[in-house]
Design a protein around this ligand. Structure first.
Ligand SMILES: C[S@@+](CC[C@H](N)C(=O)[O-])C[C@H]1O[C@@H](n2cnc3c(N)ncnc32)[C@H](O)[C@@H]1O
Length: 299
């Protein structure tokens, strides 16, 4: 089974307008799909991932032209400086989890495959899904399910989790999925646990909390005329990317209520566009369904 099928790879390569021997940051290496496409287009890559499996897979399957860094993209600027890289010709971020992470039941991301409640992208991290599900208060669970899963049955689900764990700890993904499924009305389309699993995963990995800082840091490393391409998979991520890009592309970012500008902010970017996968790609790879690619150029 393939590690991960890259999403909108040709659109990303066109958007980045790869320069021969230019150095590109792939901040979410995963299975190395976008990195491979950059290498094939003549570029070199510095690749970051927080998951050791991804780094090992890429080291074993890509030949040369890549500098590997284990870490979080929130720290990209610091990590690159430590590797004596002070700017890049462009960057790609392909947010969320890889197919490998989802499909390996032992990683605990899947409501379809049984495994311990884990969901950590970086398995050296302390907080896991087990801690969230068994340790968070009912109010915290409601907030996470509502904010990160946009789950309208957040109260019912949180209450069922709390009742179930009072009897004994919830240990496995399928156990949790069954508790969730039994607490909400039968839905047409989508597994009843889908939104809750997304929410818990986002909480465990801090996926939204550091995204704006990550975008600021990575966009800051890009040379003039270089581009940042970001692929998102749900509206929560996409809103953060859209707002960040709008800020980079706008001179004054003062609140509208102020009569004169006090921010002295000057645009550092020019928005290139927003793209969705083609029908052919959707037919070949249903996981591309909710993806959106946004591209901005450094001024
Ligand atoms: C969707 S996959 C990337 C797939 C890759 N573009 C490909 O084509 O194979 C996302 C990857 O980003 C990594 N990741 C997610 N959040 C991260 C973060 N904050 N810092 C570093 N890596 C992260 C995940 O571990 C995962 O391997």
């Amino acid at each position: 089974m393939s590690y991960h099928v890259p999403i909108m790879a040709s659109e990303v390569i066109t958007a980045l307008a790869i320069k021969k021997d230019g150095l590109y940051l792939d901040a979410t290496l995963g299975g190395g799909g976008h990195t491979r496409a950059i290498l094939e287009a003549g570029g070199k890559v510095v690749g970051i991932d927080r998951d050791d499996d991804a780094l090992e897979h890429c080291k074993a399957t890509l030949n040369g032209g890549v500098t590997y860094i284990k870490g979080q993209y929130e720290d990209a600027a610091k990590l690159l400086r430590a590797a004596e890289i002070f700017s890049v010709s462009g960057a790609v971020m392909d947010l969320g989890v890889s197919s490998h992470q989802l499909d390996d039941g032992a990683r605990g991301f899947s409501y379809m495959r049984d495994g311990a409640l884990d969901m950590r992208m970086d398995r050296t991290q302390k907080l896991s899904a087990y801690d969230v599900v068994n340790g968070y208060s009912e109010e915290e669970l409601v907030r996470i399910l509502w904010e990160y899963g946009e789950e309208r049955f957040s109260r019912r689900i949180a209450s069922s989790i709390v009742r179930a764990r009072a009897k004994e700890d919830i240990n496995s993904t399928v156990e949790l999925a069954e508790i969730i499924a039994a607490s909400v009305p039968h839905r047409v389309g989508g597994h009843p646990a889908k939104k809750s699993f997304q929410a818990i995963r986002i909480e465990v990995n801090g996926e939204l909390s550091g995204l704006r800082a990550a975008l600021d840091g990575i966009f800051g490393m890009i040379e003039r005329g270089g581009r940042l391409a970001v692929i998102t998979f749900h509206s929560l991520e996409d809103r953060i990317v859209k707002t960040a890009f709008a800020d980079y592309a706008t001179d004054c970012i003062c609140p509208k209520s102020l009569p004169v500008c006090v921010c002295d902010h000057r645009a550092t970017g020019r928005i290139i566009g927003r793209y969705k996968p083609s029908q052919d790609e959707l037919n070949a790879n249903p996981r591309a369904k909710s993806s959106t690619l946004r591209v901005i150029e450094k001024l």
